[in-house]
Write a protein that binds this ligand. Structure first.
Ligand SMILES: N[C@@H](CCC[C@H](N)C(=O)O)C(=O)O
Length: 277
């Protein structure tokens, strides 16, 4: 009797960093599979798997791996700090090394093991208005909009607002409005930061293409850059986000972010699900 191969699905991993959750596809050695349609379908928390971002690992000719990021609305994200830390841990576990290089849209990043956490150098912040990007030549340290936010690029755009009480902020209402403000031609991520001490910030976030999340690594980096630039904090801070704590350290060689990672499960998208796309 002739054996027919079982239809094969698409393996993935579910991980999170402080509750910022990810579907991770490993496309090393084969063509990339993610399209906006796939990202939207898998990202649907009712009909798919659900995620804040999808990260696709690809073979690299310059680093240990290449990594691409997608939001759950199907848009591309140029940076994702927490997914970078999660994937770095996977690769370090796989290779037995304590250091990994990862090429992303914003350049090649270095991540290292830090006890049971992972640190990544997210690179230098971008402060040129047209590189953030903004639609007009304005002062990036004081954007001309209500709330006096700071604009910071971390490979993706961020608008950081300083508030007296982050718990009282309507993150969804205010965040969505700022995300789509015409000052941001590529939309923006929005952070609401409450400075508690020179070395401690509480931050809540509205992510471009995703909405409220429990943490945003690139947003945490943008926040420490904005706070230190305004003279509100030192360059090294502990930051409490909705999902836990990160450590940020804006050094000479870039903004380092350290925090936990978690592998939730390994599974497979079925051929039935993929065929329906
Ligand atoms: N959660 C991420 C940021 C994801 C990207 C963002 N939504 C965008 O479109 O720029 C992080 O940990 O940095």
């Amino acid at each position: 009797m002739q054996q027919t191969a079982a239809p094969s699905g698409l393996p993935f991993l579910k991980m999170h960093g402080l509750g910022n959750d990810f579907v991770i596809l490993d496309s090393r050695g084969r063509p990339a599979v993610t399209t906006p349609e796939l990202a939207r379908a898998v990202g649907d928390r009712n009909r798919g798997v659900g995620f804040d971002q999808l990260a696709e690992i690809r073979s690299s000719d310059v680093a240990d791996i290449d990594l691409d990021f997608w939001n759950n609305d199907g848009s591309r994200a140029g940076a994702c700090g927490n997914a970078t830390r999660c994937v770095a841990r996977l690769i370090m576990d796989e290779t037995g090394q304590d250091r990994v290089t990862i090429r992303t849209e914003r350049g090649t990043l270095v991540a290292v093991r830090a006890s049971d956490e992972v640190s990544v150098n997210m690179g230098h912040p971008v402060r040129d208005w047209d590189q953030v990007p903004l639609a007009q030549d304005v002062d990036v340290d004081h954007l001309p909009m209500e709330g006096d936010p700071v604009a910071v690029g971390m490979g993706n755009p961020h608008a950081v607002f300083f508030v007296a009480d982050s718990g009282a902020v309507d993150v969804a209402g205010w965040g969505a409005q700022v995300e789509h403000d015409p000052l941001f031609p590529a939309r923006t991520n929005v952070e609401f930061a409450e400075v508690r001490a020179r070395d401690e910030i509480r931050m809540r976030v509205w992510e471009r293409g995703t909405g409220i999340t429990l943490a945003c690594g690139s947003g945490a980096c943008a926040t420490v850059v904005a706070a230190a630039t305004r003279g509100l904090t030192d360059r090294k801070v502990r930051m409490e986000v909705d999902g836990g704590w990160l450590t940020l350290d804006w050094r000479e060689d870039g903004v380092w972010m350290t925090g936990p990672t978690a592998l939730v499960y390994r599974a497979e998208l079925t051929p039935e699900f993929l065929d329906a796309l």
